[in-house]
Design a binder for this molecule. Structure first.
Ligand code: IPD
Ligand code: CA
Ligand code: CA
Length: 281
């Protein structure tokens, strides 16, 4: 994190922040109360009444302000509209939330095609708003931070780096379960965290609270806002194989420019080793 400077007064950003704060208030209240928990794709993939209630609040804000825009939201799916598309995860970190582990967020971004316009990740328990607008940078607002400009770290050695990662709900059934990558990197770095909210993992990389982050198999709503935050904080965003990251990419790897090549080298070496010897080779 570095410097102080005002974010642009942008209608998209103002609405996205208001929507994220309102949904966050719903989550904050629900976190202490009784929860109804259901399973989605499997017993470890959960949805709670709070996910749905927070999503309804976000959608209400977006529809009121931008009735012509399209929306894709995790719990209610696609809502048709024009070229601008809002991408919403009303509660990123549902497993944490359901277990009363206090680390989760609301993630809201607006894209036109593959281009991110604005992105907001809100942590309701710490009251931290991470916001980015394309071409204008990324900021943190909280009770302790007044429009503080975000910047990724300039660290260049894995040995002194703190990284974050995550493991998808399909980890019991996929070969790309991230264990090979985790095992390879763990002895080479200062530490690896698995906080449980991909949107906050990206926001923390943007804020320089970690030096890098990687994960397989996320959905557009998990990383749409966070990837823009990292880019606007001066970070490099690619797939784990080094290819260009998109909303539908199979993976993500982010870090400051000085560390990113070393991170990719280790991730690629791990996935080659996990794939085993090439047949006939
Ligand atoms: C999950 C979180 C988690 C990541 C999972 C995501 P959800 O989102 O971002 O950190 O590892 O792959 O699906 O289900 O809590 O919205
Ligand atoms: Ca999510
Ligand atoms: Ca979610």
């Amino acid at each position: 994190m570095s410097g102080v400077g005002g974010p642009p007064i942008d209608a998209d950003l103002v609405v996205a922040i208001a929507a994220a704060r309102a949904a966050g208030a719903v989550l904050r209240d629900a976190f202490e109360g009784e929860l109804t928990i259901e399973h989605k794709s499997s017993e470890i993939d959960l949805v709670t009444t709070a996910d749905r209630a927070a999503e309804a609040v976000v959608l209400e804000h977006l529809r009121r302000a931008f009735p012509d825009d399209a929306i894709v939201a995790e719990e209610s799916g696609a809502h048709v509209g024009g070229a601008r598309r809002w991408i919403v995860d009303p509660l990123d970190g549902t497993t944490n939330f359901a277990h009363r582990f206090p680390h989760f967020s609301v993630s809201i971004a607006c894209y036109v095609g593959a281009t991110g316009l604005v992105g907001v990740v809100y942590d309701p328990l710490r009251d931290e708003v991470f916001a980015a607008a394309a071409g204008h940078g990324a900021w943190l607002d909280s009770p302790r931070h007044d429009h503080v400009r975000l910047s990724v770290t300039s660290r260049d050695r894995l040995a002194t780096s703190l990284l974050a990662t995550g493991f998808g709900y399909d980890r019991a059934s996929t070969a790309t379960n991230n264990l090979a990558e985790f095992n390879r990197l763990l002895p080479k770095v200062r530490g690896i965290r698995r906080p449980g909210s991909a949107a906050l993992d990206l926001a923390y990389a943007a804020a320089g609270r970690t030096d890098g982050y990687w994960e397989y198999h996320l959905a557009p709503w998990d990383w749409a806002a966070g990837a823009l935050l990292v880019r606007e904080a001066g970070g490099v965003v690619t797939r784990m194989d080094g290819g260009p990251w998109t909303l539908d990419a199979p993976s993500i790897a982010v870090a400051g420019a000085a560390l990113h090549p070393a991170l990719l080298r280790e991730l690629q070496a791990a996935s080659v080793a996990a794939a085993g010897p090439v047949a006939g080779g």
